[in-house]
Design a protein around this ligand. Structure first.
Ligand code: NAD
Length: 261
């Protein structure tokens, strides 16, 4: 996907970006010229090789910083270690599928910590950096499940509704400054997080894999197509552009019409 945006001179920190949507956003922002900080909770040769590969492909600086987004102090350390954070993409997320009476408490706590509280901690450290730089973008990766609900995803839906609230408050606290805060709300994108929930959903609904994809996932998506990681990256790049200077405190759905239903 060719982009027209110029983000050279900016640094983007993207939480949970060694796969899926985070990596797709990193690729698009790097192609637009931004230096990139990749992150996940692991610290493997593959993680660092991913950073080297993206740097070689795009010519920007790419670093990989390990930090566990389930831990508030590590969220804060990620941004501090990055040293500069013009663009903050709060993307790290996990999922668990179970009915409320069977929903394990440790899964509830982990989902709220990674999918919601991490964004509070990273934003708290990033905003003073953005103020110092005189420009900033906070982009929270919410979900169609931040605007509407489905059964068996209580923690995820609570976290995603919560991060949209945090986005609005961030926007109001920065409204008179050259800083914006918005949430992207993807519909279904075929990434590892979606792959992992197919077996549980098959069990909950007693369906085959194909039935889950067609009758549960894409049933809610009127386009009948998965959205793509490139489309998420392109939307993030647009939100970083001058055209989006007055777009703040809102959500952009990239969901094939799901939330129009
Ligand atoms: P993914 O599983 O490919 O990516 C999740 C990323 O988060 C990975 O890089 C993983 O390493 C990282 N991560 C997980 N736990 C972490 C932790 N404790 N610390 C740091 N990093 C951690 O899934 P994805 O689909 O790319 O999801 C990315 C975001 O997009 C999530 O917030 C997800 O809720 C959201 N989203 C995805 C979809 C979809 O259909 N795929 C739809 C709506 C929203």
């Amino acid at each position: 996907m060719a982009l027209i945006y110029d983000l050279s001179g900016k640094t983007a920190v993207i939480t949970g970006s060694n796969s899926g949507i985070g990596l797709g956003i990193a690729q698009q922002l790097a192609q637009a010229g931004a230096d990139i900080v990749l992150n996940s909770f692991t610290d493997t040769d593959d993680d660092h090789a991913l950073a080297d590969k993206l740097a070689k492909e795009t010519g920007v600086q790419v670093r990989y910083i390990q930090a566990d987004m389930s831990k508030g102090d590590q969220c804060r350390r990620l941004i501090a270690d990055a040293g500069v954070c013009d663009i903050l993409i709060n993307n790290a997320g996990i999922q668990h599928v179970a009915a409320i009476p069977d929903f394990p408490t440790d899964k509830w706590d982990a989902i709220i910590a990674i999918n919601l509280s991490s964004a509070f901690h990273t934003t708290a450290i990033a905003l003073p950096m953005m103020r110092k730089a005189g420009w900033g973008r906070v982009i929270n990766i919410a979900s169609a499940h931040g605007l509407t609900a489905s059964p068996y995803k209580s923690a995820y839906i609570a976290a995603k509704h919560g991060i949209i609230g945090l986005t609005k408050t961030t926007a109001l606290e920065t409204a008179e400054e050259p800083i914006t805060a918005n949430a992207i709300c993807p519909g279904y994108v075929l990434t590892p997080i979606v792959e992992k929930q197919i077996p549980d959903t098959m069990k909950e609904y007693n369906m085959t894999r194909e039935e889950v994809i067609q009758n549960v996932m894409l049933k809610r998506q009127p386009s009948k197509e998965f959205a793509t990681v490139d489309q998420m990256g392109g939307t993030a790049a647009f939100l970083c552009s001058a055209a989006a200077d007055q777009i703040t405190g809102t959500t952009i759905s990239v969901d094939g019409g799901w939330t129009a239903l």
